[in-house]
Structure formats: structure tokens, C-alpha cells
Design a protein around this ligand. Structure first.
Ligand SMILES: [Fe+2]
Length: 296
């Protein structure tokens, strides 16, 4: 059986079938998945009970793992539950127990419930992220994806012209501040220094323009902060209308792969007394290309 990719009903995402990704895959399948990503930007693989090693092996078919020295979190390496190369998006501590709801690491994780693009707070934001569902709570915990290409296309010409050359500042400080988590140490604040990215970016393969929004974006160069925050909030509201959103309902064994250069996503609530064990591998991207598409 060969790989096939079908659009999911009523959504921009695609569903992949005919492939066992727990085993090594061939160049033709890698190319088919890349092509599917360029169309759908989000692909769902069902019934893939991956180990961490298998997830990493599948991921590196599509690029190099992110490997930063600078922090993307507030947890030290020796406090991690999982090995290198795989990020822990569970509600478990390093001993495998459900984290206290008062734990500042948990506060930090709650920021992922805001719409964002992975690593937009880094000079070279992420290419693909791959999230593997290992243990799924009985209620909630969907991951939602918004298509930033369609959101850009749907803007009126005046707005497209206004945003064409805008530059945003992204930092973990902004996204955590948005949920009231401001209790960061001086060292954390220094480590989360803002980076600048264009608000409209061009996809390096498809050439499509998209809105590069993220909860990490908290300023627009040359604008006052209140004006910038309101405008970014307005754009985010536009970009996350239901018509642009796919909501993934997890089953254990699902792997969802998304292109951070064309989408935003957010985690949804679940019952914190239940375990959610989801694990992410992330591919390094390049600094965003500035969109040069004509303004209609
Ligand atoms: Fe994320």
C-alpha cells in the first residue's frame, strides 16, 4: 500500500494513510509527505505508536532538529523527564507525577493555550513540529490549528498594504505576560530578549504569503505598545475565525505534523487530574522570508 493524503472533511488539514512511520520510510514517501505539507500545512497520521527514538528518526527525514543553547522554557535540562531531541508537552514532572497546578513550570506551559507559532521567539523560528499523542485525557485537550495563508488571503487590500512592511517583536515574556505570569527571574528575562520578524512572511517553497502572528508577538517596530497590541489582537481574531481552523481531537497513537511557517496553533483545556502525555520533535527553520507579493 502506498502513501495517500486526503483533505480532512471541512478543514485545510490532510490525513495520511498507507504508511507505518514507526519504521524507516523511503525517499518517495518523504517527498510525498513534504508535498502534502506544502498543500495542507497540517498532516495527521493515525495509529502510530511511536517510541521517542522512532519519532526522532521520522522527524529528521524532513530537516534538522532544533538545537538551541538559549532557553525556550524555564526548566533546566536536569529537570527534564525525557531525553534530548524530544520536548515534553505533558502535565507530568520528571518523576512521572502530575505537576502541581501551582508549579511555575505549569504556569509556563499554560501559555501554549494562546495561539502561537513554535519558536517565533527565536531568530530562526521552527519549520515543522511533530506532536505524538501517547496518553490522552478523557475530555478536552484538542489542539487547534489556524491557516495563516488563508487568513492573509482574506484580508482586505487596505490592511494588506498597511502590514506589508511591518516588523514585530516576539518574546516568551509577552506570551507569558498575556496570561498574567510575570514572575520571571532577571536571568529568564535576559534569556528571553525579543527578536524581530516580519508580520507578513513568504513560504520558502510555495511562495505563499501568510500572517506571521503568535502570542509571542508583543510589539510592532515604530508603533506604541497599546496600538500594536490591539492591532495584533485584531489580526489574531481575524486569523482564528472558525473557517480558518482545524481542531484536532486526539486519540492515542496520533501524530500531528504542522508547518509553523504557515499556521498557528493552540492547546485546549483538559482536566488537570488526568494525565496528558504528548511529545514534540521540532525542526529548525530559517529566518522568515519577507513577503514580496504584490498588494491587490
Ligand atoms: Fe506550540
Amino acid at each position: 500500500m502506498s502513501v495517500s493524503i486526503r483533505p480532512m472533511r471541512g478543514a485545510f488539514a490532510g490525513e495520511v494513510s498507507g504508511l507505518d512511520i514507526t519504521k524507516p520510510i523511503g525517499a518517495a514517501d518523504v517527498a510525498a509527505i513534504e508535498a502534502g505539507m506544502n498543500v495542507h500545512a497540517v498532516l495527521v497520521f493515525r495509529d502510530q505508536p511511536l517510541t521517542d527514538e522512532q519519532q526522532i528518526a521520522f522527524t529528521v527525514n524532513f530537516g534538522e532538529l532544533e538545537n538551541y543553547q538559549s532557553p525556550g522554557h524555564i526548566r533546566r535540562r536536569d529537570e527534564h523527564r525525557l531525553g534530548p531531541g524530544i520536548a515534553d508537552f505533558s502535565n507530568l514532572d520528571r518523576h512521572g507525577k502530575i505537576m502541581s497546578a501551582e508549579d511555575r513550570v505549569w504556569f509556563f506551559k499554560l501559555g501554549d493555550r494562546l495561539w502561537h507559532s513554535d519558536s517565533s521567539f527565536r531568530p530562526a523560528p521552527a519549520k515543522y513540529s511533530l506532536l505524538s499523542g501517547r496518553v490522552i485525557p478523557s475530555w478536552g485537550a484538542n489542539t487547534e490549528f489556524a491557516d495563516m495563508r488563508a487568513a492573509y488571503d482574506a484580508l482586505d487590500a487596505r490592511t494588506k498594504a498597511e502590514i506589508a512592511n511591518l516588523i514585530c517583536e516576539h518574546s516568551l515574556i509577552y506570551s507569558r505576560e498575556a496570561i498574567g505570569f510575570v514572575d520571571l527571574t532577571a536571568e529568564e528575562i535576559a534569556g528571553f530578549a525579543p527578536v524581530r520578524h516580519p508580520l507578513v512572511r513568504r513560504h520558502p517553497v510555495t511562495g505563499r504569503s501568510s500572517l506571521f502572528l503568535s502570542a509571542h508577538a508583543g510589539a510592532i517596530v515604530g508603533w506604541t505598545v497599546p496600538e500594536a497590541r490591539m492591532f495584533l489582537r485584531d489580526l489574531t481574531e481575524h486569523a482564528t475565525q472558525r473557517e480558518f481552523v482545524y481542531s484536532h481531537v486526539w486519540k492515542p497513537g496520533d501524530l500531528v505534523m504542522w508547518d509553523n511557517r504557515a499556521t498557528m496553533h493552540r492547546a485546549r483545556r483538559f482536566d488537570h487530574s488526568e494525565v496528558r502525555d504528548v511529545r514534540r520533535t521540532t525542526l529548525a527553520g530559517d529566518p522568515p522570508l519577507v513577503a514580496t507579493a504584490h498588494v491587490a
